[in-house]
Design a protein around this ligand. Sequence first.
Ligand code: PHE
Length: 354
Amino acid sequence: MGAETDPTATIDNELSALREAFLPRFRAATTEQTLRDENAKILGKKGELTRILAMLGKAPPEGRKAIGAKVNALKQEVEAGFETCLRDLRKAGREADLSAPPFDLTLPGRVPVALGHKHPISIVREEVVAVFRQLGFAVHDGPDVEHEANNFTKLGFPPDHPATDMQDSFWTKSNHLLRTHTSNIQIRAMTTLKPPMAFIAPGTVYRRDDDATHSPMFHQIEAFLIDRKVTLAHLKGVLAEFAERLFGPNTPVRLRPSYFPFVEPGAEVDIGCVFCKQSDGTRAGCSLCKHTGYIEVLGCGMIHPVVLENCNIDPDEWSGFALGMGLERIAMLRYGIPNIKLMFDNDPRFLAQF
Ligand code: PHE
């Protein structure tokens, strides 16, 4: 009651209470932000001291000057207390930093970093490329989007060949398609280089196929050689060497007559089944080789004279062979992968096995 009649006494009481309280409150702050918040609660626009100052207007004029001086004095004390606490807090922070154990950048991480794995297709591609490089073949590259002439016509595909069908190929702009095989590189090489030549061409190819052993996008490697007097015996020699270096010594190789428009004669190549091979080298037969003991791995043949002529190479002077294999198929045989899709899901649990 007395406070209402004598605001000076109220102000005085509140000033004393605040003088007692502010320093312990500042000291309790453990971060610069909480210290600043506490300071704002006292000196801010709606702060406690600001409110007390506002009450000064109600005090009788005779006591106003003295109490005003007290308010100002407390304000300065609070400001000084804040500065001191801020300095102490910063100093303590610096000291904590300095006395903490040193930060060693060279220590190994605590969370182990999972290492990536080479994709089985990359592993197989590198191996096949290495085998042919050892045999003296260069490595060529070519575009995925190809003119139909390089993919079909110059390779001797008749215009109505089923492979050119809308159902089998991905056509893009006029007369262009996503190449259906790496044999387009044969034409590109023969029209730009002079024989003799020997190269391989790894690359991505595309067909409208989609099941457990076919994917619309897959990988092939083409091998190609032109020289004087090249015969089927050279092709067989290279195939035997390739099978041996990739699938192990004495891997049997068998050629079965087959048809590709750009080779004559053409053949499909089987190797001894890698799944049912016995310790003495014989094959017991299994479901994967359909109990034949052999598994198909690639297509090949002697370059058709018409293809040579299409590229202005004289078939009476030059001859050669070509072969093409699907890398997914080789990887599936090599590692016993049952479904081609596994190679494109990129599940780390699958990839970590190679
Ligand atoms: N290009 C053929 C295919 O994709 C494979 C092949 C290449 C056959 C070279 C013979 C010679 O099926």
